[in-house]
Design a protein around this ligand. Structure first.
Ligand code: ADP
Ligand code: MG
Length: 614
């Protein structure tokens, strides 16, 4: 038999590599703009068309390329930025892999024009699907212009995988912010077709933040930013944190190290802790924090799309960061304000004994699924049947993609006892429900008014579901077409490996790639479609914290982490039907009074309490 192994052609190899580096139009923008920064540009113009699907153009006034370099730039592992492995530890450039242009040229039609300051004529290179179609001298401006057209023209599966224009544009904007915020000395303009979205003059970091985020409310941004500035021999910290009263549901949060955007869940926690008691649990502060460290003390040699960075002196920097933020908040006399909305401040007594309430007899659509998961069919049951059935069988739940109101879980299953049933029977929902401050649900019951914290209620519901799946059955998996990669440090990877079997039970599927990396092949179909990597990092973080601080088992910790990450948040509007369904599911839970970590879910204002007021 003849031999069967052969080398892949460049175009195939590049296309495979492109799968890693170029996932969407935003990745093209990131790579091209980073190259312009590395080329010393002081002005960068970006144009996108059709959310970058048909065109992303990046024009810079950087140092340009020679004829040979212009052609070489598209080769894989061709870079001017490092020569040997040691250079990785003194890195001052954004790029160093020499992969981006080869990847882009493998999956798009690219036109490059470039001229160096001393050259009279520039070079034009046209390349598509790794094939060079044209290379000639042309008249062109100083600097470099890349036009990337018809991204994924030769990879239909990838093209189909792209999301709506709005989603792709928001990815593009996010990449743009990450670069523009830390390169405030560079002027940028960004066009969507003919429309100019940003025109950012060269300035400083504070003005850049205001120019990007304060477009319509400049005054507020000027008022809200508190300066942090600390210099030690380990790290120089500069930047801004928002005053607590400007915290939002999803704040603008940016860390940069040595001119590079990074995610750092551990440092993020340091920031949040500094705001302890000053903001609601559902809100997060704005921050823009720039770290400068000796390049030798960080490892940026990470996955091309990864934004985590490993620090040698992580703990010390954590403390310095935490102290600087506290100082900034303290200096400006930021005193914690207690108000009605603050998490935990509304912990009223659960109220009267269960005898005073009746089971809900609400009209709800049994097939309605408020939480976005597909093909949810709620079993048609009434309350008595539901609990009667449960008590008779105590059966493990069947494998189901979504909620099944039966529990085989060990925790608190004895709570669905007579007292609980009594509560259900004693309730009667007469009127509809209403939502207060998009956070609490009020519903009329015979003996008064029942008030439910929607986030906590949903956390309890999902917790029971995940725990049940982990212990008794298997949650459904949604396969991921293009798996994302979760990269961890050694410690986290070890912890993560411990929880993989449990995550498998709720529907996640992973493949270990070695080097502390895991490819996410499938996700629990109970989860929404938000970034799975962020979610996993969040789960990891929460599972780690809860595993060490609570006296619960690992299953409970993971279920809680999953539930908290995926549950409805305060601030989410609910329709009457959704509220009814939530209440309905809550009362099918093992313990509907408290969240798994002991927070009160509901309270009752009795009729007598109301009457006393008149
Ligand atoms: P890397 O940035 O990792 O070196 P790329 O594939 O992104 O790899 O780019 C390859 C090379 O092309 C760079 O090292 C640089 O020398 C050159 N290059 C790319 N873009 C520009 C640009 N806008 N101006 C000048 N040179 C560039
Ligand atoms: Mg590059």
């Amino acid at each position: 038999m003849s031999d069967i192994i052969h080398l892949l052609t460049d175009s195939v190899a590049n296309q495979i590599a492109a799968g890693e580096v170029i996932q969407r139009p935003a990745s093209v923008l990131k790579e091209l703009v980073e190259n312009s920064i590395d080329a010393g540009a002081t002005f960068i113009q970006i144009v996108m068309k059709d959310a970058g699907r048909t065109l992303i153009q990046v024009v810079d006034n950087g140092k340009g390329m020679s004829e040979t370099d212009a052609r070489m730039a598209f080769e894989r592992h061709a870079t001017s930025k490092i020569k040997n492995a040691d250079d990785l530890f003194s890195l001052r450039t954004m790029g160093f892999r020499g992969e981006a242009l080869a990847s882009i040229a493998a999956v798009a039609q690219v036109e490059l024009r470039t001229r160096r300051v001393d050259d009279e004529l520039g070079i034009l290179v046209e390349i598509a699907g790794t094939r060079v179609f044209k290379q000639e001298t042309v008249q062109c401006d100083l600097g470099t212009s890349f036009q990337v057209k018809n991204l994924f023209f030769n990879v239909p599966a990838r093209r189909r995988f792209l999301k709506s224009d709005n989603v792709e544009k928001s990815h593009i904007l996010n990449e743009f912010y990450r670069i523009a915020l830390v390169n405030s000395n560079v002027a940028f303009s960004l066009f969507d077709g003919d429309e100019e979205i940003f025109q950012l003059p060269a300035s400083n970091n504070k003005i850049r933040i205001e120019n990007i985020f304060g477009k319509n409310s400049k005054k507020k941004w000027q008022q809200q930013l508190l300066t942090i500035e600390t210099s030690t021999n380990l790290v120089t910290l500069t930047g801004y944190v928002g005053k607590p009263e400007f915290a939002q549901k999803s704040g603008s949060q940016y860390f940069f190290v040595n001119g590079r955007f990074m995610r750092h869940p551990y440092f993020h926690k340091a920031v949040l802790l500094a705001y302890n008691q000053m903001i609601q649990a559902s809100e997060s502060p704005n921050y823009f924090i720039y770290l400068e460290v000796d390049p030798q003390t960080i490892d940026v040699n990470i996955h091309p799309t990864k934004t985590e960075i490993k620090f040698e002196n992580e703990q010390a920097i954590w403390s310095i960061l935490s102290a600087s933020i506290k100082e900034a908040l303290g200096k400006f006399n930021i005193v914690p304000s207690i108000d009605f909305d603050q998490e935990g401040s509304f912990d009223m007594p659960v109220g009267n004994s269960p005898e005073n309430v009746r089971p809900p007899q609400s009209n709800f659509n049994p097939n309605y699924n408020p939480f976005g998961t597909t093909s949810y069919k709620r079993p048609v049951l009434d309350w008595e049947e539901l609990y009667g059935d449960f008590e008779k069988k105590d059966a493990p739940i069947e494998s189901s993609p979504t909620w099944q109101p039966k529990f085989g879980s060990s925790i608190n299953s004895s709570n669905t006892s007579n007292g609980h049933q009594q509560l259900i029977e004693d309730m009667e929902i007469r009127a509809g429900n209403f939502q207060y401050k998009k956070r609490y649900i009020f519903t009329g019951i015979k003996s008064g008014l029942l008030m439910i914290d929607q986030h906590r209620a949903h956390t309890r519901i999902l917790f029971d579901l995940f725990l049940c799946q982990m212990e008794n059955s298997r949650g459904m998996t949604q396969q991921v077409l293009f798996p994302e990669v979760l990269e961890l440090n050694a410690d986290d990877a070890l912890f993560f490996e411990q929880i993989i079997p449990d995550l498998n039970q709720v529907g996640f599927e992973f493949e270990s790639l070695g080097n502390y990396s895991f490819s996410v092949k499938g996700v629990s179909s109970t989860l929404g479609t938000s970034s799975v990597i962020d979610l996993l990092l969040d789960i990891l973080d929460k599972a780690k914290t809860t595993a060490t601080t609570l006296s619960t088992g690992l299953h409970e910790s993971i279920s809680l982490a999953l539930a908290e990450s995926s549950s409805l948040k305060a601030g989410q509007h609910l329709t009457n039907e959704e509220m009814t369904d939530l209440i309905d599911r809550l009362f099918a839970c093992s313990n509907h009074n408290f969240t798994p970590d002991g927070k009160k879910i509901m309270t009752i204002f009795t009729q007598e309490e109301f009457e006393k007021r008149f």
